[in-house]
Design a protein around this ligand. Structure first.
Ligand code: SAH
Length: 218
């Protein structure tokens, strides 16, 4: 490959191809990824790598998820234009921004004040008017706004996320990494409309843990 820097368009086209080849084929999802400038969500030090299909470090020892995983989780939720979606773990806000392009409303919760503040700035810059943020412990969900059509958890839950499942509509869908170790399983719960769920394991993933309470540090 030439040493010359590739254009952002070329880099984005390459990223979209990488997602497609790994099974992210939903046009709505691919369009949302294509329309979301990941460099805006990436720390200065890693901006050059914003178009790579890899997770990157952000402030507070957290990570911005790998685009393939963001695409896969978004696709797995089968979001409808009319859906209200709850996201736990705002982080950089990258996944939130992608959800906001597909869903009607996105409610997102983060336990670090700094990350929430930075993400809110990005939503404003991008003119995203359908994102509602909350600084707090997302493990408890957002009871005041429940029930939700869809729930996405972007930090690893140690076991079944019962509080979040209870805030899902009867035929809703929840996607979450489940497991206590460094490698977890990405699990999808599909409501059967009668209070039960069909449970499906999608792939192995590596997420930072879902922690209890809000962070004491900034
Ligand atoms: N979706 C994010 C990924 C962020 S990593 C992105 O695209 O950038 C996971 C995030 O979950 C971290 O920011 C972490 O602080 C947050 N988190 C962990 N436990 C949480 C909890 N109980 N409530 C809210 N956020 C939590």
């Amino acid at each position: 490959m030439s040493e010359e820097a590739e254009s952002p368009e070329t880099r984005m086209a390459r990223l979209i191809l990488a997602l497609r080849s790994q099974g992210v084929v939903d046009a709505k999802v691919l369009n949302a990824v294509e329309g979301t400038p990941r460099e805006l969500f990436t720390p200065e030090l890693f901006k050059e790598r914003a178009f790579e299909d890899s997770a990157l470090p952000i402030a507070c020892g957290q990570t911005i998820s790998q685009p393939f995983i963001v695409g896969l989780m978004t696709q797995a939720l089968k979001i409808d234009r009319r859906d209200r979606v709850l996201e736990i773990g705002t982080g950089s806000g990258y996944q939130t921004a992608i959800l906001s392009k597909i869903a009607r409303l996105v409610y997102t919760v983060e336990r670090y004040r700094t990350l929430m503040g930075e993400a809110e700035g990005r939503f404003k810059t991008l003119g995203l008017t359908n994102v509602i943020t909350r600084f707090g412990d997302g493990g408890a969900g957002w009871p005041e706004q429940a029930p939700f059509d869809r729930v996405m958890v972007t930090a690893a839950a140690p076991g079944e996320p019962t509080a979040l499942l209870s805030q899902l509509k009867p035929a809703g869908i929840l996607v979450a990494p489940i497991g206590k170790g460094p490698v977890q399983v990405l699990r999808r719960y599909v409501g059967d409309g009668k209070g039960g769920f069909a449970v499906e394991d999608l792939i192995e993933v590596r997420f930072v843990p879902l922690l209890d309470g809000v962070a004491k540090e900034l």
